[in-house]
Design a protein around this ligand. Sequence first.
Ligand SMILES: Nc1ncnc2c1ncn2[C@@H]1O[C@H](COP(=O)(O)OP(=O)(O)O)[C@@H](O)[C@H]1O
Ligand SMILES: [Mg+2]
Length: 162
Amino acid sequence: MKASRVASARSWLRTSNVPSDEYLEGIYYVQGRDFVDAGIVSSEIKKNLKEKGIPESIIRKVAVVTFEAEVNIISYAEQGTIQYYVEPGSITIEAKDIGIGIEDIELAQQEGYSTADDSIREMGFGAGMGLANIRKYSDEFEITSVPKEGTYLRSTIYVNGK
Ligand SMILES: Nc1ncnc2c1ncn2[C@@H]1O[C@H](COP(=O)(O)OP(=O)(O)O)[C@@H](O)[C@H]1O
Ligand SMILES: [Mg+2]
């Protein structure tokens, strides 16, 4: 191969390496009622972000968001997914599920409001702070739900004070 071709291939490789360095994403499946595995997805995401060198203060916020979203899918939905996207300046978490959905979104976000039954409370969940805390730690937050169909939640956390 000509030297100039090699050089341009090298420069292409370097350029194409930039996105893989700044971007990272993943998707995880969450099974409803599977309390034994509660926290696995959020731990996995936390581990990936640590390896990526994301600041601890940001990881803590993402951990709260992913953990609360994960426990909500396990507690109230049939099944769902949790996705995360690391982009330059922000990390976004999306939780989608198929399930009973939420009738009153405003009420559900109030601190202390919970429809958790005894089986959920026995496991230490159901304090009614999940959505309130997700909202608190998010720089952008959106939740929509269709009763008897499912729920969609998106949280974006800024990195470097974007
Ligand atoms: N994914 C979901 N699907 C259906 N209902 C949900 C979901 N997430 C939250 N909810 C409803 O919103 C309420 C408040 O949620 P949250 O603030 O996490 O508190 P908790 O889970 O402790 O009850 C829940 O009790 C439940 O009624
Ligand atoms: Mg909850």
